[in-house]
Design a protein around this ligand. Structure first.
Ligand code: HPA
Length: 269
């Protein structure tokens, strides 16, 4: 708890005790969400007890700003397990956001589709997830002041926010897909056999993040909504080999669409 207090003290000093409504985690290539936003920027490396992220396509800072009349914090780049962060470190910002007043968390990511009903450039609303990371961010002694030891996961992605996402997408003429996100630890992309197996398990897309964040957000009883941008077909779904640069480039093209959708949702929360 001393750790959390030190982090909060630093952020409160820099933001003059902003009380937040919304947090948004931006995935690979989605940084341009922030292009037309002004606010207070804090580098992760300056924040006590924050992790570090140096993956290409991730900026590594928090932006505190106003969007559609709501006070928001945007995480430009997340902490991945595959970078050597523990899942506790990877999800530490979510606990901080909760303490700063956040009620709604938007999670975004880049993901590979396990079948061809999803096209590159599509946006998929995450309706549920499969944790294939083999671990869980809540492992360890539970802090009962934050949440329950055995949190229910039946409404991990808030139903009302899913409905709002679909309604807003309709208004914006965005063909919003829906499906299940499966997370592996990465950093290697999947083999063909793994992608086939994941499809059989019910996964529509596969990625290397987001699930730990959603688990902790649900544990903290924050409203949670998740979007995947389909940056590629997963291994074996098409004949192409995968490159992180392509993932970033496709993420960038899709991000305008996703920005509009998220901003409209924020105006209606
Ligand atoms: N697999 C895992 N993670 C990803 C992919 C993928 O195909 N595309 C973007 N992130």
């Amino acid at each position: 708890m001393e750790k959390i207090k030190e982090t909060l003290d630093y952020i409160n000093l820099k933001t003059n005790n902003l009380n937040l409504d919304v947090a948004i985690i931006l995935g690979s290539g989605l940084g341009c969400f922030c292009d037309d936003l002004e606010g207070i920027r804090i580098k992760y490396s300056d924040i006590p007890h924050f992790g570090s992220s140096d993956v290409k396509g991730h900026k590594g800072e928090l932006l505190f700003c106003e969007i559609e009349g709501k006070t928001c914090v945007i995480m430009q780049g997340r902490f991945h397990f595959y970078e050597g962060n523990s899942l506790q470190t990877a999800t530490y910002p979510i606990k901080i956001f909760k303490k700063l007043g956040v009620k709604t968390l938007f999670i975004t990511n880049a993901a590979g589709a396990t079948h061809k009903e999803l096209n590159i450039g599509d946006i998929m609303l995450i309706t549920d997830h499969i944790n294939f990371m083999g671990t869980n961010p809540l492992i360890g002694k539970n802090d009962d002041t934050l949440g329950e030891r055995f949190p229910d996961m039946s409404n991990c992605y808030t139903k009302e926010l899913q409905k709002l996402a679909l309604d807003c997408a309709g208004e914006l003429n965005i063909d919003l897909k829906e499906g299940i996100y499966l997370a592996t630890t990465g950093p290697s992309y999947e083999t063909k056999a793994e992608v086939k197996a994941f499809r059989l398990l019910g996964a529509d897309v596969v990625g290397m993040s987001s699930v730990p964040e959603a688990i902790v957000s649900n544990y903290l009883k924050m409203n949670t909504v998740g979007f995947s941008t389909i940056t590629n077909h997963a291994t074996g779904v098409s004949d192409k080999t995968l490159s992180h640069q392509e993932v970033i480039d496709t993420g960038k093209t899709t991000s305008k669409k996703l920005s509009k959708l998220i901003k409209m949702m924020i105006s209606k929360i």
